[in-house]
Structure formats: structure tokens, C-alpha cells
Design a binder for this molecule. Structure first.
Ligand code: NAD
Length: 335
């Protein structure tokens, strides 16, 4: 089938925001250059292509490439109909050791992001990697500052992001109802780590919209392997490499299998994948449609001995079982 004949990406409600987001979301962190150099003219085409194929939700941060990701994404978004896209960015993280969740900084930051993104409002503004900040300040100062920006119409919804689920839960347990609309978790709904599943029932029952990012665990579950800065401990890196080699020996790509796994979590509104090229947009949309049973699987490759993708995915899961839910430390201890 040509791409035009394929069904479009399904959408899901984003908690109680009233927004509907494509199940596959556009992760724009690669536009910051952390995974390799970026051609800006090409990046604009990639954004338009993703939108044409049904992706309507875009995630960035001033941190990615020290504002470059927001600028490049903004170049692509400015030609798209504003009411048909969901634009998400962040506040509070500006460099590897540069965190500032003060009301003054986050308020100025939103205004700067609006300019870089070339939009009149941001759909979802998120506190970026809260575990590096003072969680009590997030509750008492940052979120109230973002609520004021919401009242002023500069942002529509407010969220929190971070790695340790306990840090996210700490804040959720202490905020006034309605002051947090979305949560973004990353690297916790992947073949090797499904700890997000344990909190999903509680979060969705509370009306939160849940984003899950990095289904390939920031490059761990790819043939190219993770970038040098990847924080995974050596045993996890080695297991992922072995899983990738096994998938390849069966004629499958570990990234396709990993995305297939991640897309089958119906309580996640949207899963963000880093999408720096047209080819990655297409392959990840096609994999998503197949994972959800909306497009037929390709016939097994010759090396597979008849094994379909679900069987080889089960083999990969078994290989990763010894490192299941193994993660890495991030940020400060809980207060
Ligand atoms: P990822 O796991 O989605 O991807 C990692 C790398 O793999 C990227 O370079 C990506 O381009 C590449 N890739 C994508 N599809 C591929 C394929 N089919 N084959 C081979 N390689 C492929 O991780 P990510 O890019 O870290 O996360 C996605 C997005 O989620 C980010 O762009 C960001 O928007 C968001 N995110 C947010 C936070 C946070 O707020 N704290 C943390 C992590 C990610």
C-alpha cells in the first residue's frame, strides 16, 4: 500500500486537557544536535512531513541544543495550522548543571520560548527534569508561576517531566487539583523497563495526560547504540547490544521491535520518539500502525526461519529479562 492508503495515526485524549494527541509524538531533541549534526532546511521538511502523516504533537525544550531545538522546530511549525498542532516545551533546565525553577526565570523563559517557537501560545508547558530542582520549590513557586501564565493565556496546560517516578509522584501528591495537567516520563516504558505501568492506573484515574518518551531508551535500543553521554550502567548497555545483535541475526531491527513494544500501552496518550529525518518519521509511523494492528506485518525475513516480529520481540524481552527495570540515578534525593 502507498502511504496515502495507510490509515492515519490514531489519536488519544490527553487526560482532561480536551486535546487529542497522535499516539506517536514528535520528539524534537535531536534538532538540538545531541545525536548528530542537523540540516535546518531538512528539519523543516521533516516537521511538515510528520504533520502530513498524522503526527500532531511536538515536544522540545530550551535545554535541547541550548535553544537550537526550539528555533529549528519553530521554523517548521510556523507554516502549520496552529489549532491543529499541540506544541509542548519546558522550563527550568538550561544546561547540564544549569537549573532554575524560580518564578522569575520560568516566566521569562516562557516568553523567550514563544518567540523561538513563533507561536502565540504554548499548549503544554512542562517543568523540565524536576528531580534536579527543589521539589518543594516546584510545588510552591514554579507551578503557581505557570498557573499565572495559564491565566494570562500564554500557556494552555501545565506538566512535569523527569526520570524518577518517585520525584514525579512527590510533586503530584502535593499540588492543588488541576494545577498539573500532564506528566512526561521517559525510559520507563520500554522493552527493558516498564516501571511506568505501575503508576499509570493512578495517574490516568486522576485525569492526568501521560506522555512516555524515549521508547528506544535514548538510543540504547538501536543498532547504532547509545550516544557517549548515555547514563545506562555497563550491564544494561551490554544486554541491549546483545539484544540488538540477536534481533539482527533474525533479520529484524531492534528499534522496530522496541517501538512495537512501547506503542502497545493504551494508557499512554502519546509516545515521543526522536525524529530527525524523513526516513525515521516514516519507519516509526509504519511500525506504530503495525504494532496496533492497523497495517499488516511484512513477511518474515529469510533469516527469521518463519518467526514473525512478535516472536522475535519475545526473544528480545527474554534476553533483556536479567536487566529488567534496571535504571540509573538522576538528580537529588527526595526531600
Ligand atoms: P528515543 O529513544 O526516541 O530515540 C533515541 C534516538 O534514536 C534518537 O536519535 C532517534 O532519532 C533515534 N531513532 C528514532 N527512531 C529510530 C529508528 N527507527 N531506528 C534507529 N534509530 C531511531 O529517545 P529520545 O530522542 O531521547 O526521546 C524522544 C523525545 O522525548 C525527545 O526528543 C524529547 O522530546 C522527549 N524527551 C523528554 C525528556 C524530558 O522531558 N525529561 C526526556 C527524554 C526524552
Amino acid at each position: 500500500a502507498t502511504q496515502e492508503e495507510l490509515p492515519s495515526l490514531p489519536r488519544r485524549p490527553l487526560g482532561r486537557t480536551g486535546l487529542e494527541v497522535s499516539v506517536l509524538g514528535f520528539g524534537a531533541s535531536p534538532f538540538g544536535g545531541a545525536f548528530g549534526p542537523i540540516d535546518e532546511a531538512e528539519a523543516v521538511k521533516v516537521v511538515h512531513h510528520a504533520f502530513r502523516r498524522g503526527i500532531n504533537v511536538f515536544d522540545t525544550s530550551p535545554f535541547y541544543g541550548a535553544t537550537k531545538s526550539e528555533k529549528v522546530l519553530g521554523q517548521g511549525l510556523k507554516d502549520l495550522p496552529r489549532s491543529e498542532i499541540v506544541v509542548c516545551t519546558k522550563v527550568g533546565r538550561y544546561g547540564n548543571r544549569d537549573f532554575d525553577f524560580s518564578a522569575a526565570r520560568v516566566t521569562a523563559s516562557v516568553k523567550e520560548s514563544l518567540e523561538r517557537l513563533q507561536v502565540p501560545y504554548i499548549d503544554v508547558i512542562q517543568c523540565h527534569d524536576i528531580e534536579f530542582g527543589d521539589l518543594d520549590q516546584i510545588v510552591s513557586e514554579t507551578l503557581p508561576a505557570l498557573a499565572a501564565l495559564k491565566a494570562a493565556g500564554l500557556v494552555r496546560h501545565v506538566g512535569v517531566t523527569g526520570l524518577p517516578l518517585a520525584a514525579l509522584q512527590y510533586v503530584l501528591d502535593r499540588v492543588a487539583p488541576g494545577s498539573v495537567d500532564t506528566v512526561l516520563s521517559y525510559c520507563h516504558y520500554c522493552v527493558n523497563d516498564t516501571t511506568l505501568a505501575s503508576v499509570l492506573p493512578k495517574w490516568t484515574a486522576a485525569g492526568l495526560g501521560v506522555f512516555s518518551a524515549s521508547p528506544l531508551s535514548m538510543g540504547l535500543l538501536t543498532n547504532a547504540g547509545p550516544p557517549d553521554w548515555h547514563p545506562a550502567p555497563p550491564e544494561l548497555r551490554q544486554a541491549a547490544q546483545a539484544a540488538a545483535a540477536h534481533a539482527a541475526s533474525r533479520g529484524y531491527n531492534i528499534a522496530d521491535l522496541a517501538l512495537r513494544f512501547a506503542m502497545r500501552q493504551p494508557s499512554v496518550a502519546s509516545t515521543y520518539v526522536g525524529l530527525p529525518t524523513m526516513a525515521m518519521v516514516d519507519v516509526n509511523i509504519d511500525t506504530t500502525l503495525r504494532a496496533l494492528g492497523l497495517a499488516p506485518d511484512a513477511p518474515p525475513p529469510p533469516q527469521a526461519g518463519g518467526a514473525g516480529p512478535d516472536q522475535v520481540l519475545a526473544e528480545v524481552e527474554a534476553l533483556l529479562a536479567p536487566v529488567k527495570d534496571l535504571t540509573w540515578p538522576s538528580g537529588r534525593p527526595l526531600p
